[in-house]
Design a protein around this ligand. Structure first.
Ligand SMILES: Cc1cc2nc3c(=O)[nH]c(=O)nc-3n(C[C@H](O)[C@H](O)[C@H](O)COP(=O)(O)O)c2cc1C
Length: 183
């Protein structure tokens, strides 16, 4: 994987690919798909995620104040649905679904090594998270698989750089046509 300069990291998520967010606190580890999120500022990159505080992983994020936002390949849709239809209170998803993890540099939160990219970040406002279910995150590092991104996703040359978008109710779209208005 190669590091993405933090000034360019917003381009990993500018088109709102579906995320798998992961976090760890002491003996609890959680992961869940997140479709509802938006960038708030380019640099420093801040992101707002809408995550229900009833979710197991949300509680881990509020306790550890850290998370990773992993971008799964479209071929990982089964994993997305497995993680999105089970709860960490009942099952360790990392063990049950064989999710491989690695260490980030700037947080304790694990990243998913089988995904295309990840951004790691810190929770900025616990009260906003607990009272309004808005997780405001400041990104501290970003990494991507080497052949997928060069300042932008290479969707015109690499079909693996096409990601999932949740339409709702278990229906998805995958990135389509590439258009460059500067050419
Ligand atoms: C495709 C997809 C997208 C989802 N997006 C969100 C989201 O943006 N926010 C949220 O709170 N839950 C979202 N969910 C629901 C949680 O991911 C789901 O309830 C999950 O099982 C919670 O796991 P946990 O309790 O182990 O944390 C989504 C589920 C799916 C399948």
């Amino acid at each position: 994987m190669k590091e993405v300069p933090l000034e360019d990291a917003y381009r990993l998520i500018n088109h709102n690919p579906l995320l798998l967010c992961a976090s760890i606190h002491r003996d609890r580890i959680g992961v869940l798909p997140v479709a509802w999120y938006m960038p708030l500022s380019k640099y420093p990159l801040e992101v707002a995620l809408a995550i229900s505080t009833t979710h197991y992983t949300a509680r881990i994020i509020t306790d550890s104040r850290e998370l990773t936002m992993n971008i799964p390949y479209s071929a990982q849709l089964d994993l997305v649905m497995q993680c999105g239809t089970t709860h960490g209170d009942d099952v360790n998803k990392f063990k049950k679904f064989n999710i491989p993890i690695g260490n980030t540099k700037t947080s304790k939160a694990p990243y998913i090594t089988s995904c295309a990219a990840y951004l790691a970040g810190k929770l900025m406002d616990s009260r906003l998270a607990m009272e309004h279910e808005i997780f405001k995150i400041k990104i501290t590092e970003a990494y991507v698989e080497d052949d997928l991104f060069d300042g932008r996703w290479l969707i015109d040359t690499n079909p693996r750089a096409r990601f999932l978008h949740h339409l709702g109710d278990g229906k998805f779209a995958i990135d389509g046509e590439y258009i460059d208005t500067k050419k």
